[in-house]
Design a protein around this ligand. Structure first.
Ligand code: CDP
Ligand code: MG
Length: 725
């Protein structure tokens, strides 16, 4: 899993498939449309407007697709003007009236907790207020975000408000992309990057204020940062008291969008909590009467219903991931073509990480007159990013959530029902500028059954990279760490054992040289191990390439109407050894035509994803160079070596063929099936390894390659030795 977190992009080694029958809504299948009829859950029950089923083939004149909005690179003069124009907007935000008191509290206190409704201006304004009040005089003001897209987007916005190009006064830093410079006074960054900066700057001396934003999300990394910054603040204070003139105190600001802030306050020595009230118009909630078997389809139907029947205002749809977003985007485009000429266009605007910034900017620009935008987002739009002009929210009731079964040591990313608190946040997005409507694609009963709040990630996910970060910053006794919520003992033990098997820790639980190097790589421990191993096995080039290819959901596109053709095209690249080498073959072919887009289309390769892959590859090459490795070292045609190299990181993700023809995982003894999208689907091999486990009706594995069982003990002597003992 990539260290720099982002719930909205594919994380290396995370399962992606939706689970089948989860409440309140279940996974997307390509089955036919269901008809959501809607009732109101506010006030008396009333039969809501019943949704008309969208006809699959409407015979209307074929309209041209909406033009892409042109984005011009502004000049510096234009920037200053833009900043001036934005000043009014800044002053109109609810938080503006609290500006002076916020500055005063932060100046007078070591820790402050600020709670404010989403969109009130916390993330964009507070760093600027602190900057304006001189708090950046002795160091940068940093703002951490759980999501990459949010970090980039908010930094760009604040740079505009400040009136300087991005990367100067205001910058951002995320995995594989750092625009910040030494002169940056405000720096937006992911929580993962902050953890990595700790490796080289243990007291975070370059920062004067650390703002931990989106604290209510309780991501694993933000939770770890809570403990780290608390301890750093104390250490810096002690040094100052001992007379160190060169050390400045560290200010901590915790920001949250939900009201339950007492816990943060208690943890930070009963810090003062400030509440910023936002503006909120009433939002009417409409629940479906029946559970929806296919929420993507229901969302499609509802979006067109709103578009044809409701007043102007944009639509925001909450989905669970990039695959779903892209499939709904295509469906909307297909159906929008068939709208009658009297109805304005419906323009889908997806938000996800692997898209260029001009496309992303489109989300914030008003739809052309007479048209309507429909924003397709993951829960990034819940509290991280506020998109203007939303009047209608369609809530699928689901999101992707990390899960970890500590008993068998298997981690997965599952589509799961959101919490009540998330559902309320989603609803709130419809009422920021005017009264709105929230269409919940699940029943009122399903809502009642939702958990009140999500369980903090630290209690339910794999802790390996967190432990590695802690150890690498000198915290050896991780069980004694000052956690806000303590992870389970069994979870901690499992992760420690795995790190030991990966040779990142020694017998005493101390970080080894390998472990130190692994901590510095921007990928999860097993992938880091593959990279380090590739140096010994002389296949760094191939290891980098395959890891890059695994960093997107899939590089193949398979439109439902052309599945046969797509499968046929894919045969050309298929390797008998499985998916890793199939991916590599595809990359070679892609390079030989220099990424030609027509070629991609003909061969059903997603060129957008491929460009992202190339970008990740470039970054990984730089990381390897910095680690003193030769990224060009190649094993040539002897590709078996690459598989052995991957096994050094993924020995836990292996399974053996059983006499009855099924596969059983070596760890946990689960019966698992090869995913239909894998090139080893339906093939029987002695032993296999895989990158991710997916739960649907079965335990499916993806990213599968064949191996010889004899390789196993060589790949991880500690692990297999241990198991025999
Ligand atoms: O952090 P919080 O949710 O309190 O609000 P914010 O992210 O600081 O956003 C404040 C305002 O800035 C909202 O009205 C956003 O719509 C606006 N904004 C924008 O117009 N364009 C962006 N790229 C980011 C924020
Ligand atoms: Mg915010």
């Amino acid at each position: 899993h990539v260290k720099d977190s982002s719930a909205d992009t594919k994380s290396i080694n995370k399962a992606q498939e939706p689970s089948p029958t989860s409440t309140p809504a279940s996974s997307h299948s390509s089955s036919s449309a269901s008809t959501p009829s809607v009732n109101s859950s506010t006030g008396l029950k009333e039969p809501g407007p019943s949704t008309k089923k969208q006809k699959r083939q409407l015979q209307y004149q074929n309209e041209a697709r909406p033009k892409k909005l042109a984005i011009k690179e502004p000049t510096t003069e234009a920037m200053v003007k833009k900043a001036k124009d934005l000043r009014k907007h800044r002053q109109s935000l609810p938080i503006y009236s609290a500006r002076d008191i916020i500055i005063k509290e932060v100046k007078e206190n070591a820790c402050v907790v600020i709670v404010g409704e989403t969109g009130s201006g916390k993330t964009t304004q507070i760093p600027q207020y602190l900057l304006e009040s001189g708090l950046a005089a002795h160091g940068t003001i940093s703002v951490t975000q759980p999501r990459r897209v949010a970090a980039i987007n908010l930094a760009k916005r604040v740079a505009e408000e400040v009136g300087t190009p991005i990367g100067q006064k205001v910058g951002y830093s995320i995995r594989f992309d750092d625009t910040s410079s030494k002169d940056s006074l405000i720096k937006y960054m992911t929580d993962g990057i902050m953890l990595r900066e700790l490796l080289s700057d243990r007291l975070l001396l370059r920062y004067s204020v650390i703002i931990l934003d989106e604290a209510h999300e309780r991501t694993l990394r933000t939770d770890i940062l809570f403990g780290m910054v608390k301890s750093i603040q104390k250490q810096r204070q002690e040094m100052i008291e001992k007379g160190r003139k060169d050390i400045q105190p560290l200010k901590i600001v915790i920001m949250s969008a939900t009201l339950d802030a007492e816990k943060f306050s208690e943890y930070f020595y009963n810090a003062k909590i400030m509440y910023i009230s936002g503006r909120q118009f009433p939002v009417k909630i409409l629940n479906t009467i029946e559970p929806q078997p296919d929420y993507v389809d229901s969302a499609l139907v509802t979006a067109f219903q709103i578009h044809q029947e409701e007043a102007p205002g944009d639509i925001l749809i909450f989905l669970t991931g990039q695959e779903e977003i892209e499939s709904l985007e295509k469906l909307i485009e297909e159906y929008a073509v068939d709208l009658p000429p009297s109805v304005g266009k419906l323009i889908p605007c997806p938000i996800f990480a692997a898209q260029d910034s001009a496309t992303q900017q489109k989300i914030f620009e008003p739809a052309p007159p007479g048209t309507r935008k429909v924003i397709l987002a993951t829960n990034i739009a819940e509290t991280s990013i506020t998109i203007p002009n939303i009047r209608y929210v369609i809530d699928t009731g689901c999101h992707k959530s990390r899960g970890y079964n500590a008993k068998i040591g298997i981690e997965s990313l599952l589509v799961e029902p959101v919490s009540k608190s998330s559902a309320r946040q989603r609803m709130g997005r419809a009422g920021r500028e005017a009264p709105g409507l929230c269409f919940r694609l699940y029943t009122e009963d399903s809502f009642d059954q939702l958990e009140e709040d999500a369980i903090p990630e630290i209690k339910r996910c794999n802790l390996e990279s967190a432990i590695l970060s802690l150890k690498a910053t000198g915290i050896d006794n991780v069980t004694e760490f000052d956690f806000m919520d303590r992870p389970s003992k069994s979870g901690l033990l499992r992760s420690l054992e795995h790190l030991y098997a990966l040779e990142a820790l020694n017998d005493e639980g101390k970080l080894t040289e390998v472990g130190t190097k692994m901590a510095a790589f921007p990928v999860d421990p097993p992938y880091a191990k593959v990279l380090l191993q590739s140096e010994k096995m002389e296949c760094t080039k191939e290891a980098i390439e395959i890891i890059s290819l695994l960093s997107v959901d899939t590089i193949f596109s398979a439109p439902s109407s052309k599945r046969e053709e797509a499968n046929e095209a894919r045969q050309k690249f298929t390797s008998l050894d499985g998916d890793h080498l199939t991916l590599l073959n595809t990359l070679r072919a892609y390079e030989s035509v220099k990424g030609d887009r027509d070629w991609c289309r003909e061969n059903f390769i997603n060129s957008r994803h491929m460009r992202h892959v190339m970008d990740v590859r470039k970054q990984l090459i730089q990381f390897c160079e910095r680690a003193g490795m030769d990224p060009k070292k190649s094993c040539g045609h002897d590709l078996e070596i690459v598989l052995k190299c991957f096994l050094a990181g993924f020995f836990q993700n292996t399974a053996l063929l059983q006499p009855d023809g099924t596969y059983r995982s070596i760890l946990g003894g689960l019966t698992i099936s090869v995913h239909p999208s894998s090139s080893l689907f339906g093939k029987k091999r002695e032993a296999i390894m895989y990158n991710e486990l997916v739960f649907t009706t079965k335990h499916y594995i993806r990213g599968v390659s064949a191996l010889e069982s004899a390789w196993l003990s060589q790949a991880a002597p500690k692990y297999f030795g241990q198991r025999r003992a």
